[in-house]
Every structure is written in C-alpha cells, then in structure tokens.
Design a protein around this ligand. Sequence first.
Ligand code: SR1
Ligand code: MG
Length: 426
Amino acid sequence: MSEYRILDRAGVVDWLASAPELRAILGGAPSSWRVRDVADGNLNSVFLVDAPDGGLCVKQSLPYVRVAKDTWPLDVERARFEAAYLARVAPFVGALAPKLHRFDADLRVIAMEKLSPHIILRNGLIAGRRYPRVAADIAEYLARTSLFTSDIAAPFEAKAKDLALFSQNLALQRISVDLIFTDPYTLSPRNKVSALLEPWAATLRRDTDVKAAVARLRLAYLTKPQSLLHGDLHSGSIMATPQETRVIDGEFAWVGPSGFDVGNFLAHLVIAWFAKPFHGGAPQDIAAYRTALEVDIVEFWRVFRRLFLKLAPQAADLGDGLPASHFADEGGAARRAQILESYVDDIFRDAVGFLAVKVIRRILGFAQVADFLDIADDRNRALAQARALSFARSLLVEPLRYRYIAAVAEGLEEFDRGGLDPGARR
Ligand code: SR1
Ligand code: MG
C-alpha cells in the first residue's frame, strides 16, 4: 500500500514501471518513455505516455478542482467511481469506451487506453470538422447503458449494487447539483456572468416559471434512479475521429434519470449550433454545418429510441421490471411494447429539460465551454449565448412545443435572430 501523493511526469514513469502489465504494453526501457502533461479538464491531471510498443493515458484525481486549485478542495475518490463506471458499462458499450488497464486505489490513478488520433469532440466541432458517426455512436452508447443498467434489463440485486456504490459519489454530485441546477439561478460567487449577460442572469433569477421547471429536473436528478448515468456526457467527454467515437471521463457516475445523459449530449450539440456563426467561415458553410448538426440532433434521438425499443423486449427477460411471465399471453407483447414506448417518451421529456439546464449552466455558471469562450469579440460571444439562453428558456417553460425531436431541431432557427435583451425573448 502506498500513500496518496500527486504524481508528476517522473512519478508517472515510476508508477508505470512498477506495474508489469503496463510495462508490457509500453515496451522498452522506462527511460525511453515520453510523458506529456495534457490536462485541460477542470478537475484532474492527465498524462499521455508514448513508448516503443504502445501508449497509455494516465489520469489522477487531484485533491482539489484543478482549475481552482487551493480555493476548491475536492475528494480524490472520484477516480474509484470512474474506474468502477468503466468496468460496469464495458460489457454493454464495448469499443465505445476506452479500455481500463489498471486502477490504483491508493494513488487514485487510472491507466487506460491512449486514444489516437481521436480528439476531443468539442475541439473538432469548434474547428468545423464533421463526425458522421458521433450521433449514432453516442445514441447506441446511451441506449445500451440506459437499458442494461435499468430495472427493465437488470435484476434488482444488480441495480441495488449500483445504487450502493455510486450513491457514495457524493463530492461530484454536490458539484453537479450546485453548478447545474442551483447556482445559475442565484447570485453565487462561483458564477461567471459577463457584463453583457447581466440582464439575462437577473431575469432568470426572477423567473419563477423557469425555476419551477428546474426544480422538477433537480428533483428528478435526486429521486429518479432509472439507470447508471455517465453524469457528465458533454462534448469534452467524447473523443472522436470521423470513423470512431469513445466516451471518456465517467467520474460523475450516478444512478439517476436516463434523460440526464441524453439531454447533456443534445445540449452540447445545441451549444455548437449557436456558437457556429461566430467561429468564422463563409455563410453557406456555416448554414451547411448547422444543418448537419440539426440532422445529428434528430438522428441521435431516433437511433436511441429505435435501439432501446429493439433491445428492450429480449432484455426485459433479464430484469425484474417487466417479467416475461406477465406478458406471455395473447396481446402481452403489444402491451409490453406500449409500456416501453411510454418509458422512452418519459426519457425524452426529461432529456429536453436537462438539455435546457445544461445550456444555461454553460453560459452563466462556473464551468463554461470553449464553444462560446473562444469567440473573441465580447458582443458576438454574448449574442450567441443570449440566443442559446432564449432557446433554453423556451424548452423549460413551453415543453409542449417540444414533444418531438424534430421540434427541438426546428426550434433552433427561431431563436437565432435575437439580441441581448432578455425581454425581447427571440
Ligand atoms: C468544478 S468544475 C466541474 C465541472 O467540470 C466538469 O467538466 C463538469 O461538467 C463539472 O460540472
Ligand atoms: Mg470531465
């Protein structure tokens, strides 16, 4: 047993060298390994290691929020939950997640497959690259994790084990509850509201309809343990090439409403859509890229729905929620299909709300995103953000307008001409 300590590059080499299975992957002498510090997320240190026979990604939980250092201490246990999440979903998602090679419970270090030439999806979207597989791949990832860790397809004993383990992931749930559902609608010192968006922030703080809708979602997050969530499935938690997609960073794992991850992914496509015109390019290219994002939004949900409903009838025999013996007689299969459809419709309803709160938190809260932050001009950035806020508000307070995914995608345009005044709405 070794005491927790923060690893620097030399420490990473020593740690790797002490693990025979990792040495075997890397090959050569430790002195020949090249270690790069590539941390760019908010919380952890991350190193990429290149060696004669292969590479690895090494991630360590720091005892603080990396981007806030001493001002924000944070429990290092999150690495344990990330490793457990990776192991739990691996049988369902296969190559859509990186391979976990080793978890060190003392140092809170994970060694996993080094992804190359994959890049963070968010950076690719900002650069205007296309990832034709991402929507369908993430849909498949989420359909499988949402189904196979739910009471439909898992015996309640397995579900209870997930609940027992991931309900201990409290430090990160405190971050999610505060940063996603609470801070953006209050005068929290953690918020980062630009001067041009002050009127928007003030309007949302006073908006009881919005806060009531957010309250429903916050309660769902806390009280609706449908399936094991990734918990932070934004475009920074996806690495992609045009041919391959991988989901990383499951440290926020939590048993909660399945619509949470679905809405998070959609939110970051929506964010990319509103930011797009301000990252340069010819008008026709911007329009074409946005159309492709709209297609992704629709395709993502349709693939999720189709796959969930295709897999669920057979998978239902594995779980306790819809026992086969109750649906074996005439008409039984059709009744079970109806129940499953309404289960998926409920995921969609939740996802639309979670989409909205994720957009709002990325504009007014602590953890903002490069999609907007990389827009150099203050007014342009605020315009993109104000339009996204306007759309998010509509999703929260006019949910009946967004009962179908096509309505979500088609709704974007309506909010694209708005100015900075929250009173004008659109
Ligand atoms: C303290 S910053 C935390 C945020 O960073 C992660 O990427 C999550 O989105 C989280 O909310
Ligand atoms: Mg992360």
